[in-house]
Design a protein around this ligand. Structure first.
Ligand code: ANZ
Length: 940
């Protein structure tokens, strides 16, 4: 029979499902291998051909690893909480769970058609209560933990309380809020219950914090920094403003150093690691306290300064060596001391400036390095080393959330400070002996300090150390490491997410008890905030904890995806998020494939939760994803038609073919790529593409309408979306799989171009033909293979092995084509050759190979667990060599001689050759030089 891909593919997909071919157990004598994909958010649009790219690669790898004798875990699931289903619910009233269900069904149907070897018995859905029960449980563990810096890990709040009860706050070295209290054991015991709870909240790894958030009014929620692009929401493009709100936060900063160190231990793409390093943003420097000068001269309320428990401004600097060049201080407009520092004369200026900065987002503030703006508070501080009086300004280039929200400005050392000083006519004290102060001082230049007291003449390193020592002596500063990363906001004012397992009593949060988990998402009448502006959960009638009010925000999108690889290990466990045995067996993900857009979101949060779970002893590995690959984007390949413009400049209903554009005035228009083949427009289909084209006319070239082409993002609005269903319908899944790999290196972005797919399809048909005679009857022979056949086979065995191990999937495809061409030319139908070839091709084209494998007489379904053929280098040894034969130094011809012959036999063989004789012209050679495997030189 000819290659009937449809029947074959359906048959095997059904077989795999019925027989649970890819179900794995959590134990085996084989070594384990865990291959995971970034699970999809099931959107309404379904999959386009770009989505499966990574899934196909990981599936090839998983299938290959099975053939190599590994016990392979290759699961799939759905990241099914999220905004689009909720937006749809707002528009249509349909419950997001219904939309989600429908979308999952579409995804599943599409995924099944591609022939993935997923163990579907382990499917997870983050929105299902038996999953989010454990997301809530992890939240509870975080709430019940604090970070002990001395121990370098998270410990239980109960341990902290015990310490407070025996030793008070002394000896606690924690990552906590800034404003923790100092107390003795007796004082602690005397604290009221609420005061204790308030204090503990400052230590918990998930805690409430008033923070400036990215508030998107149109979406009715807070967004993470990476969900905001240039002041607009990434989803929907709605404006985002800065707003203060009480929010759940995750103390990810506790793990900053470990998150940084861990990067050196994992096999991830370097650019991705670099993005995480930048995000974490470690800076080594110093904190310096500048005492506030003369505050009795000011009218402002002194008690404010006393209340804030400081009569100094603390700055963070990476250039403490420049302290003698400080001529003013700048604090963020949001700094807590602004009110206290503002003198009555300056009040109007300062207030006007604050109003102005509120309009700018933090991103704008960071991005703008040109505009200079600020206002003087009217107050001064004193330089701790030379006692100089320094004015304090506010300006929006200083960010409230970074360092201490205050900088010592050194106009002779820092570009922004320089521009600021110039603009406001503030003094500039040169401290480094270089000509051009606009060039940032080079800290590696040695012995260049001037006007800098005791550090004049020192090197940069010596200077920094000397200044820190002096500051420490004076109690005015110390060395400090600062991280740019902030604690992560952990809440959304939305419906379709995990409820936070917390209720409030007297304004303080308490966990519900573990046996109340899962805290189910309640039903509500509308998916909108309440009239009083509370999140949608505020609408739920009778949704109340016996002890108090439930938290009304839900968890953010990243909650469920921060631990899902563990759930796959033991997906149906209702006692634990995964059993200890399962975790000890699978340990971590060996290969994780997904998009680079998750570089700082998901991949950072997952590492954080993993480290936390490790600290508590629930998991065994410090890092969750050993190796990670980012697949490139598949771009769309858009097609265009060109509308003729008439003399008045109006569009007509006539379209000009691409090759004739030079002769006409036209305007381009996207046309559905599905009605274009090899750039030729299907005119009939075009007339039906839109009603307005019904009577379209065409100016053709050579009787055809040729479309223009451009590479763009694949998107509905550009009519360039290619659906895998259509490709499968036409060519089958095996062709789709191979073709997606054939497009180019996995990591690279590349345009989808259906033009080359025929070639891949023809290859599979040719492969099928190897096993059949002219009449398409299945026929293989049991004859011994020839050397040439063995050579072809072993070349591909080695090539595919090398390629897959290097994740170079595209290069194998062309090698398969070469192998099949060679074997076709050799008219090879030998069982031993073809059977091994089937195994080697199986990871790429699993359906056609399963069919042939059974036709070869093997038990159905056993191909997935066959053994990958062992490469034998002997078959590749060349046994003949085409010697260049040179006569008196001139190469005359080439002559193939067996490489097993010794030089004197080669000589005899060559001289006996009739053609060589002709060149010798009857003469007897004076000398014959044979270099084995290289050349034969005859001197006459
Ligand atoms: C004095 C100085 C002199 C500085 C000099 C730089 C150059 P990174 O590496 O990013 O940590 N800074 C500190 N806190 C800030 C804030 N909240 N907003 C804006 N800028 C802030 O940079 C740290 C440096 O950035 C610090 O060192 C401080 O300026 C500024 F020649 O202090 B520097």
């Amino acid at each position: 029979m000819d290659y009937q891909f449809k029947d074959i593919e359906q048959k095997w997909q059904q077989f795999w499902a019925d027989n649970q071919t890819f179900k794995v157990e959590n134990n085996s004598t084989k070594p384990k291998y865990y291959v995971m994909d970034m699970f999809p958010y099931p959107s309404g649009a379904g999959l386009h051909v770009g989505h499966p790219l990574g899934y196909i690669a990981s599936d090839i790898f998983a299938r290959y690893k099975r053939l190599r004798g590994f016990n392979v875990l290759h699961p799939m699931g759905y990241d099914s909480f999220g905004l689009p289903a909720e937006q749809y619910a707002i528009q249509t009233g349909q419950h997001p769970s219904v939309t989600t269900e429908d979308n999952i069904a579409t995804y599943r149907r599409q995924l099944d058609q591609i022939g993935f070897s997923f163990d579907w018995s382990r499917e997870v859905r983050t929105s299902s209560p038996d999953y989010y029960k454990w997301t809530q449980w992890i939240f509870m563990q975080l709430f019940n933990s604090w970070y002990n810096k001395a121990a370098g890990k998270a410990e239980s709040i109960a341990q902290l309380v015990e310490h407070f009860e025996t030793s008070g706050s002394k000896g606690i070295d924690a990552v906590s809020d800034e404003d923790t209290l100092t107390f003795t054991a007796d004082e602690w015991k005397a604290f009221a219950h609420n005061a204790k709870q308030e204090e503990l909240l400052k230590y918990r790894l998930t805690y409430l914090r008033e923070s400036t958030v990215n508030w998107c009014a149109a979406l009715g929620t807070v967004l993470a920094n990476d969900e905001v692009k240039d002041g607009f929401s990434e989803r929907g493009g709605y404006p985002v403003e800065q707003k203060k709100m009480m929010q759940w936060s995750m103390r990810i900063t506790a793990y900053a150093e470990r998150l940084l160190q861990g990067l050196d231990t994992i096999d991830w793409p370097e650019p991705l690691k670099e993005m995480q390093r930048n995000w974490i943003g470690k800076s080594t420097g110093a904190s310096v306290k500048f005492r506030i000068s003369d505050f009795e001269f000011r009218n402002s309320d002194k008690s404010e300064i006393e209340n804030s428990k400081s009569d100094f401004i603390e700055v963070f600097t990476t250039r403490v060596d420049t302290i003698f060049g400080v001529t003013f201080l700048v604090i963020a407009p949001e700094h807590e001391l602004v009110d206290a520092l503002t003198t009555p004369e300056q009040k109007a200026d300062i207030e006007a400036y604050i109003t102005q900065t509120k309009k700018k987002s933090e991103l704008d503030r960071m991005a703008d390095t040109k505009t200079v703006s600020g206002a003087f508070t009217g107050s001064y501080v004193l330089n701790p080393l030379n006692g100089e009086k320094i004015p304090v300004w506010i300006a929006d280039y200083v960010l409230a959330g970074y360092g201490t929200g205050a900088v010592m400005a050194v106009p002779s050392g820092d570009q922004r400070d320089y521009l600021f000083a110039k603009h406001f006519n503030l003094p500039i004290v040169p401290i480094i002996d270089i000509q051009n102060i606009e060039t940032e001082a080079d800290p590696t230049k040695e012995g260049k300090y001037i006007n800098s007291d005791f550090i004049n003449g020192l090197t940069y390193k010596e200077a920094a150390a000397a200044v820190v020592a002096k500051l420490e002596e004076a109690g005015a500063g110390k060395a400090k490491v600062n991280f740019r990363m902030r604690d992560a906001i952990f809440g959304r004012q939305r419906y379709w997410g995990e409820p936070v397992p917390v209720y409030f009593k007297d304004g303080l949060p308490y966990l519900i008890s573990e046996n109340e988990l899962p805290l189910l998402l309640p039903e509500i009448d509308k998916y909108l905030p309440t009239e009083s502006g509370e999140p949608p959960l505020g609408r739920a009638a009778d949704w109340k904890h016996p002890e108090g009010e439930y938290e009304l925000s839900t968890m953010p999108g990243w909650a469920g995806s921060s631990w899902y690889w563990y759930r796959y290990m033991d997906a149906h466990n209702d006692q634990e998020f995964a059993s200890k045995e399962a975790i000890e067996y699978w340990k971590d993900v060996d290969l994780y494939i997904g998009g680079s857009e998750h570089a700082t979101g998901h991949l950072l949060y997952s590492r954080f939760w993993n480290k936390f779970l490790k600290d508590l002893g629930f998991v065994v590995e410090e890092e969750p994803f050993k190796k990670l690959i980012n697949q490139g984007m598949i771009q769309g390949r858009s097609n265009f038609v060109y509308r003729l413009i008439d003399a008045e400049g109006h569009g007509t209903n006539t379209f000009v073919s691409y090759g004739l554009l030079a002769d006409y005035k036209t305007s381009p228009l996207h046309v559905d790529v599905n009605i274009v083949e090899n750039e030729v427009l299907n005119l009939e289909k075009f007339k039906k593409f839109r009603a307005e084209f019904e009577n379209a006319e065409f100016i053709l070239e050579n009787g055809k309408y040729i479309c223009g082409v451009e590479v763009e993002k694949m998107s509905k609005s550009k009519f360039n979306v290619v659906n895998p269903d259509d490709i499968i319908e036409r060519y089958g899944a095996d062709t789709l799989r191979m073709y997606e790999m054939f497009l180019g290196p996995l990591e690279q972005s590349k345009p989808w171009n259906t033009n080359g797919i025929e070639g891949v399809f023809k290859f599979l048909r040719k492969f099928w033909r190897l096993f059949h005679n002219e009449q398409w009857d299945f026929r293989v022979s049991d004859e011994m293979p020839t050397k040439a056949e063995l050579k072809s086979l072993h070349k591909i065995i080695r090539k595919v092995e090398e390629d897959i191990e290097r994740f170079s999937f595209n290069t194998s495809v062309s090698s398969f084509m070469i192998a099949v061409n060679e074997l076709t030319d050799l008219k090879c139908s030998k069982r031993t050759i073809l059977q091994d070839l089937v195994i080697v091709l199986a990871p790429y084209a699993p359906h056609i190979t399963e069919e042939l494998w059974t036709l070869l007489g093997n038990p159905a379904g056993s191909l997935s667990y066959a053994a990958y053929p062992i490469f034998n280098p002997e078959y590749l040894v060349e046994d003949e060599f085409a010697y260049p034969i040179s006569v008196n130094g001139k190469t005359k011809m080439n002559l193939s001689v067996s490489l097993t012959l010794e030089p004197k036999d080669v000589e005899a063989f060559v001289l006996a050759n009739a053609d060589v004789q002709k060149y010798l012209d009857g003469k007897t050679p004076k000398k014959v030089i044979v270099v084995k495997g290289r050349i034969v030189n005859i001197v006459v």
